[in-house]
Write a new protein. Structure first.
Length: 840
């Protein structure tokens, strides 16, 4: 029998803090945390909770808590005197000891296997767990929101529980004032969040549906789980409906009378497989492993059931629960298969992938061959995001380890074309000319539709090995991601299907498919398994969707909004292409979000060179910055020249080069929402601008060629490239740059023929009369005879009236933006002229 202890053993706050660590939890929180650091003030019983990924982060959180508490109690001149914990290595280590010694804090430890000596926090752990369990289960809130439940339980407990031995709440003892609880709501209640972020149409919903999960600690706001974006957010503009709670009762709301006998339907996790015929894998996520298999009524004759009658039949409540389950996604990408197998969301994603295999009849389970190469398999886990960067789907991909394939035995041809970014921008510009909407669709597990010509065997996937035939392997009938020949097999399958349905493949771009019917035009651009399409007749669009959906399993069918990392906004008067989300993440990635903004991406006073005497910087960091910025240039031609200049020094970057790259990022930080504007007020005329910066490279005195190309008023393509040889004059440099511009114009001209636009003589604007005269005059003289003959093909184009070079004034030379650094006024003028702007 225990001796009754005194309630008040301390006389003031911070005299003694009790600490403990709970975890690891079986399910990761939405933020990927598995541990809870709990700290309780002995005097007031006020509690703090912090969520950790690893035990090793405990000390960092304790330091942060100490700083916070010292600041809160500074006016009372109080400080932490003692802390008490168990002997866990997260508490008993050199860092803790050194820190406590420096602040004069006495660190007490409970005896081994004697948790009652630190009973205050142990009891608090149990209270928090019990409260969180009730909050999660009472409203069927997903388990990965357990951290929000714990946090809310702590928040409420501090304000409503009376401290033992006192008539005051913990909040009142700690803060010195009574808490306000008038704004409290029921955890898990349905709520509506005002959408004050997106550009809403006149008839779009003004709010997103969500789940109430707690209270913000640092502002007067509620914490809610947004069902649209699948993220936790804080907002004060929330309407919470406490009356509409999710029922945990599994009985049907509608009592259905039927005289037919009850059948027990049991969902089994594994299905046996024969040697030749693979049975469907029917593993279904277990919503509650503690519940018995449900009883259901069969209300229809088997002949009237439009599905496999051998599959489990679910009642409406079960279906609702399953839909509720799949509405949520894991925010963490597992690094290992074992991690994924412990996460119900990723298990569901893995099962969906294997179900795709069965539906597409990808493989057959057979005995392991004795002489044939068997290729390994591997799981790849990725979170799929929308144009705002919100995670909308967990994608598990089973891939073959194609590096072990042997050429000539396991594969022959491997090449498959993909659309160029210029092709995508040209398609967008064409849609502006015709003023029609573009749509997009995604072929689910596209490579699984490609037929293999070779005999290929792969290992069974980890975590899903057939229990009856663990040593068997799969013989592939169709391609698998990771195989060398998979892209080509899919491309050939898709191409043949579209050609058979009267779609014509482009003569230049083999990823372009067109169908014409009198004056009606349909266009589809293929990028592996992503398809962008549109038509002057909406009926043609629906026909294409129907044709594709009949042959392949499709997803993400809708208006084009996000493609290859480009955020595409189709408005009433044009199209805005931006990478705003990516730009902001880029700035944050390299820690420059708080740095001062720049008006231009490159200084006009600094000439970059190899800087042999400069201090070297880390190559990995520098190359990472360059690579990230190069991807951003898909919608930001205003930084193309600057990034290209800095990219020349990746082999041995110096501090001066790193400073220049950081300047570009600071410029991006101030213009992150900028993009390219494509106006409907345009035509199909193709024009180009070319320019050169003579001897601009300080290291080898080579010149830089630059150019930009427009379809009507819309910028479609641009280039910036250091010339291969040293030019002896500005005329020579401009002449070589014009040659590069001509090649791009010819390619775009041929592309436009497929779209139905036959261009006449093309115009290339150049600001150097000498270069123009050289193109017209075939006579060789001392200033031109040394120019490489390959640059003189421009003369033939001019003679055949394919291209004409016209003079443009220096102030109107738009290609200046791609050849040299410019002052702020000139830079902004040219940027606006080529369509770089901000569209609200």
């Amino acid at each position: 029998m225990h001796k009754k202890g005194k309630y008040l053993t301390t006389k003031e706050p911070l005299e003694l803090l009790h600490m403990d660590l709970m975890g690891p939890m079986q399910t990761e929180s939405l933020g990927g945390k598995r541990y809870i650091f709990v700290c309780v003030d002995d005097f007031s019983r006020f509690t703090w909770t912090y969520f950790l990924r690893e035990k090793s982060k405990t000390f960092d959180k304790f330091k942060m808590l100490c700083t916070k508490l010292q600041n809160e109690m500074k006016s009372n001149i109080r400080s932490i005197k003692r802390i008490r914990s168990d002997h866990g290595r997260e508490f008993e280590n050199a860092s803790f000891e050194s820190f406590c010694d420096s602040l004069g804090i006495s660190h007490e430890f409970s005896a081994p296997r004697t948790p009652q000596q630190n009973g205050v926090v142990v009891r608090k752990n149990r209270v928090l767990q019990e409260m969180a369990r009730v909050m999660l289960l009472s409203n069927n809130v997903p388990r990965n929101l357990w951290a929000e439940a714990i946090n809310t339980a702590c928040y409420i407990g501090n304000r409503v529980f009376l401290r033992p031995g006192s008539r005051n709440t913990s909040y009142e003892l700690w803060k010195g004032r009574k808490p306000n609880v008038s704004y409290f709501h029921t955890f898990g209640s349905k709520c509506y969040i005002l959408n004050d972020r997106d550009q809403l149409g006149k008839f779009d919903a003004k709010s997103d549906e969500g789940i109430f999960i707690g209270y913000a600690l640092n502002s007067k706001a509620y914490r809610v789980f947004n069902l649209k974006t699948r993220t936790v957010m804080e907002s004060s503009n929330v309407v919470i409906d406490d009356t509409r709670l999710k029922s945990n009762n599994h009985e049907e709301e509608d009592v259905l009378e039927d005289d037919s006998p009850l059948e027990r339907v049991v969902v089994t996790p594994n299905v046996g497989t024969s040697n030749e015929v693979t049975q469907p894998i029917t593993r279904v996520p277990n919503l509650d492993s503690n519940e018995p298999a449900p009883w259901v009524r069969r209300l229809h004759n088997k002949e009237d059931v439009i599905r496999d009658v051998n599959e489990g039949v679910r009642n409406r409540r079960q279906i609702a629960n399953l839909i509720s389950f799949t509405c949520y996604t894991s925010q963490i990408e597992p690094k290992k298969v074992d991690e994924a197998l412990n996460d119900e969301f990723w298990v569901l994603a893995m099962q969906e992938e294997l179900n795709q295999f069965e539906r597409n009849e990808v493989w057959t389970l057979v005995p392991r061959p004795k002489t044939t190469n068997v290729i390994g398999t591997k799981w790849i886990f990725r979170n799929k995001s929308d144009e705002d960067g919100n995670i909308v789907r967990n994608k598990a991909r089973l891939v073959a380890q194609g590096y072990s394939q042997i050429e000539g035995i396991d594969f022959e041809e491997t090449f498959a074309p993909v659309a160029r970014l210029e092709s995508i921008r040209l398609l967008l510009s064409i849609s502006c000319v015709h003023k029609f909407k573009l749509h997009q669709m995604d072929v689910k597990s596209a490579f699984l539709n490609g037929f293999l010509q070779e005999e290929v065997f792969v290992e069974q996937p980890k975590g899903f090995v057939d229990a009856h035939h663990p040593n068997h392997v799969y013989r592939l009938k169709k391609a698998l991601y990771g195989l060398k020949q998979a892209p080509r097999a899919w491309y050939e399958r898709l191409t043949q299907f579209l050609v058979d349905n009267d779609y014509t493949r482009g003569s230049v771009d083999k990823t372009l498919f067109i169908k014409r019917d009198n004056d009606e035009l349909f266009i589809a651009q293929i990028y592996v398994d992503d398809i962008v399409f549109g038509s002057t007749n909406n009926t043609k669009v629906q026909q294409f969707v129907d044709v594709m959906s009949h042959e392949f399993e499709m997803s993400l069918v809708g208006e084009l909004s996000y493609f290859l990392g480009l955020q595409i906004r189709q408005l009433d008067n044009g199209i805005f292409i931006t990478q705003a989300k990516y730009a902001k993440n880029l700035v944050k990635k390299f820690g420059l979000e708080n740095a001062k903004h720049c008006d231009t991406p490159m200084s006009t006073t600094l000439k970059l060179s190899k800087d042999a005497s400069g201090k070297s910087v880390e190559q990995t960091l520098y190359r990472g910055m360059i690579g990230s910025l190069l991807y951003l240039t898909a919608s930001r031609p205003d930084i193309f020249f600057s990034v290209g200049m800095c990219a020349r020094y990746q082999a041995d970057p110096k501090e001066s080069h790193l400073s220049s790259v950081k300047r570009i990022i600071r410029y991006v930080n101030g213009t992150s929402n900028y993009g390219i504007w494509y106006s409907f007020d345009t035509n199909a005329s193709l024009v180009g601008f070319s320019d050169a910066d003579w001897a601009g490279n300080c290291d080898d005195r080579k010149s830089t060629s630059g150019g930009c190309f427009f379809l009507g008023n819309n910028l479609v393509s641009w280039f910036c490239k250091k010339q291969n040889s040293i030019s002896l004059s500005t005329a020579e440099a401009e002449y070589i740059a014009a040659g590069s511009g001509c090649t791009q114009l010819l390619w775009m001209k041929q592309m436009l023929v497929d779209y139905g636009f036959n261009q006449g003589t093309l115009t290339l604007f150049c600001d150097n009369m000498s270069a123009i005269n050289i193109s017209k005059n075939p006579v060789q003289h001392s200033r031109t005879k040394h120019i490489d003959i390959r640059h003189h093909f421009i003369r033939e184009l001019v003679e055949n009236k394919c291209i004409v070079l016209e003079h443009v004034g220096t102030n109107d030379q738009l290609a200046d933006l791609f050849t040299k650094p410019l002052d702020a006024t000139r830079f902004k003028t040219l940027s606006r002229s080529i369509g770089v702007c901000l569209v609200e």
